[in-house]
Design a binder for this molecule. Structure first.
Ligand SMILES: [Fe+2]
Length: 136
């Protein structure tokens, strides 16, 4: 696969994942308004993006490997994202967006906990962990 096609698949998957999550939130909002038909339309769109479009693109990309490698990839992704969120929190705090800064910090702690759980699965499988350390 050409590097350009690979990059386009990655961008498409990011878009589908974002749309799916967004439409799920729209569906939740519609349910709060007891607008069941809109909620179903949003949730159907979210499910289609996640289980149809994203899944098809992920298969073409070879995103999913064997479980030990998937665990390592998930740990790496969560670790990298946590480092990014720490920087985002710092910048949000500098800009006076304290609620956003707190959210980034809370999410980062959740990601650290998730990494610990994922790493535990790796160790249970007898695989060596290469969990990265979270920066300060
Ligand atoms: Fe889609």
């Amino acid at each position: 696969m050409s590097p350009r096609t690979k990059q386009n698949l990655l961008n498409a998957m990011k878009g589908e994942a974002f749309e799916s999550a967004t439409y799920s939130r729209f569906a939740a909002h519609a349910r709060m308004d007891s607008d069941w038909d809109s909620a179903k339309a949003f949730q159907d769109s979210a499910n289609c993006d996640r289980t149809g479009h994203f899944a098809r693109e992920a298969a073409l990309d070879g995103l999913v490997a064997q479980t030990p490698e998937n665990l390592r990839n998930a740990i790496d992704a969560e670790t990298d994202e946590c480092k990014l969120y720490k920087q985002f929190a710092l910048e949000a705090r500098q800009d006076g967006d304290l609620g956003v800064a707190t959210a980034f910090e809370d999410i980062c702690r959740d990601k650290e906990d998730r990494c610990t759980a994922l790493d535990g699965r790796l160790q249970d499988m007898g695989s060596h962990s290469h969990i990265k350390t979270f920066g300060a």
